[in-house]
Design a protein around this ligand. Structure first.
Ligand code: B1M
Length: 214
């Protein structure tokens, strides 16, 4: 049953059918499937296949956009189903997709998981200028600055953030976490970020580790 739902979920994304994706998301939750499993094992394999086909030139922008819309619908429904741990503040994080990049599906899942694990999250959205990220960190007195990027061309913005923090004399005030499909631990080390996270759950694990002994 669960496996069939996962397969249907992936298929709905591949065919760019937002109504089907939304229905399968709701149905999966009603069946009691864990929300993170539903995303990770159902919908993400679908959008990854879309990405692969787009990269290989077998699928084009209009289909990519339809699949993205279906993915947005499904993740919106599933994100809303995560239990929220209000008031159990593990720490505060400001999170954003960097300037020049509009990919925000993964970033929003990460933000949701942080909230579900007792973090206070300031989600600035996508295509966010570095200066705004720093301003929000300062205004909200956060512990962590998390950035996401899906484009190889905008990975450098994560490096700009590290440099801007240094120039402002703020580098030691915050822990930084970087993520996104092309991002690696090697990249994080190279630019001087405090940590790299592979997925949403890893992000929460890494954040808790960074804040230990505060
Ligand atoms: Co675009 N896109 N896209 N796209 N898109 C990619 C990224 C691409 C790899 C596809 C491909 O060619 N195979 C390619 C980038 C190539 C490159 O840079 N080398 C690409 C391209 C080229 C483009 C455009 C340039 C296309 C064009 O217009 N010609 C354009 C760029 C626009 C811009 O940003 N300026 C574009 C546009 C779009 C859409 C708008 C249509 C749509 C995005 C919709 C949206 O986000 N609201 C879209 C989509 C959907 C994709 C793919 C297919 C899927 C991305 C996704 O949502 N994945 C993508 C291919 C791929 O990545 N396989 C592709 C699912 C999501 C859950 O995973 O975001 O990786 P992800 O997040 C994960 C982890 O990475 C991690 O946790 C998440 C949950 O597990 N993580 C973090 C992410 N951030 C984190 C932060 C953390 C910790 C972990 O801490 C802070």
């Amino acid at each position: 049953m669960t496996q069939t739902t996962f397969e249907e979920a992936a298929r709905s994304i591949l065919s760019g059918d937002a109504d089907a994706a939304a229905a399968i998301a709701k149905q999966g939750l009603e069946q009691g499937i864990d929300p993170l499993r539903l995303i990770n094992e159902g919908f993400i394999p679908g959008i990854n296949e879309v990405g692969d086909q787009f990269g290989a030139g077998r699928l084009f922008i209009p289909q990519l956009m339809l699949s993205a819309r279906a993915m947005e619908q499904a993740t919106e429904i599933i994100n809303a189903a995560f239990p929220q741990q209000e008031g159990i503040a593990q720490g505060k994080i400001v999170i954003a997709t960097v300037e020049g990049d509009v990919h925000d599906i993964g970033k929003t899942i990460v933000a949701t998981l942080f909230k579900a694990n007792g973090f206070e999250v300031i989600d600035l959205g996508r295509d966010v200028p570095t200066a705004r990220i720093i301003e929000a960190a300062e205004t909200n007195n956060v512990d962590i600055i998390g950035t996401s990027t899906l484009l190889t061309t905008t990975m450098t913005v994560q490096k700009d953030l590290e440099e801007a923090l240094k120039e402002a004399g703020l580098r030691d005030k915050y822990k930084t976490i970087v993520g996104g499909a092309p991002v690696t631990k090697r990249w994080a080390d190279r630019i001087g970020a405090d940590a790299y996270a592979n997925d949403a759950l890893d992000g929460v694990r890494v954040a808790k580790e960074l804040l230990k002994g505060r």
